[in-house]
Design a protein. Structure first.
Length: 274
């Protein structure tokens, strides 16, 4: 394999790859494959997997709805307090998930900042499926924002400025120029957000609890089975890994750039607004 890189880089690279691959291989080796179908097809396992896929999909949609405008503001706005705002938005990346769960509980819980008023209106969020979606959105949103903000800064505003001089309004520029240029980053960010939401544990347990069919996602089911049935916990862990790998492979296959296409997308889009 000719990479053009210094040979000494291969040593830490191999160690790094091994650090990731070996635990996954050990996990796969620990599965009791003769009982795999039985272990992953129980009612509790099916409920947990289906709930995880539904809530992770819903939270990814919320991340797109809120995260794309947030990334645009962080990348293009000029405001003195922007670094502080960016730090707050990215804070869930470094916070322990359980802290995020407690923060959500104090916001949407029965006696929380907003939860008290919602409770008076007959709306209860904590310890519901909605709470699972909110917890997943809270921890996954920064992944999408960070990916898109970096893409927006790298792309610059040249094509947008050219389109504006041709008479395109801000909304036209956004839909015809900015978003098409962001497509690869948008898909990558959405995949990262979905994967993070799918594996969320701490914030979900703290804010939503663990009720089968309602708030018990696959990571929570794995945690419970770890003591009750270790073989089931290992099998379900493999299922979660397989789902995550398939999603990531599918998404990155769709975003693999064809040489020259990214450079042509801007001029082609500008031609569309003339």
């Amino acid at each position: 394999m000719n990479t053009g890189l210094p040979r000494w880089l291969a040593v830490p690279a191999v160690i790094g790859f091994a650090l990731v691959v070996l635990p996954l291989a050990a996990l796969a080796a620990g599965v009791e494959w003769s009982r795999f179908a039985e272990l992953v097809s129980t009612e509790a396992s099916r409920d947990a997997l289906w709930l995880s896929l539904r809530t992770a999909s819903a939270s990814t949609v919320l991340c797109l709805v809120f995260g794309v405008p947030m990334a645009a503001v962080l990348a293009r706005a000029r405001w003195r307090g922007l670094p502080v705002l960016r730090a707050l938005v990215l804070l869930p990346l470094v916070l322990p998930p359980v802290v995020g769960g407690i923060a959500l509980l104090y916001t949407f819980g029965r006696r929380g900042l907003l939860g008290e008023h919602l409770e008076a209106a007959g709306i209860q969020i904590a310890f519901s499926t909605t709470a699972v979606v909110l917890a997943q959105t809270f921890v996954a949103l920064p992944f999408l924002v960070l990916t898109l903000e970096g893409a927006l800064r790298t792309a610059g505003s040249r094509y947008e400025q050219i389109a504006a001089t041709l008479g395109a309004g801000p909304s036209t520029v956004w839909w015809r120029i900015t978003l098409p240029l962001l497509r690869p980053a948008l898909i990558s960010g959405a995949v990262l957000a979905f994967a993070r939401a799918l594996g969320e544990f701490g914030a979900t347990l703290t804010f939503a609890g663990s009720l089968q069919g309602r708030t018990r996602t696959l990571p929570l089911e794995i945690y419970l089975q770890r003591e009750a049935d270790p073989d089931a916990a290992v099998a379900l862990s493999v299922v979660l890994i397989i789902v995550a790998v398939l999603i990531v492979l599918l998404a990155y296959r769709r975003t693999s750039p064809i040489p020259g296409t990214q450079l042509r997308s801007g001029p082609r889009a500008i031609g569309a607004v003339k």
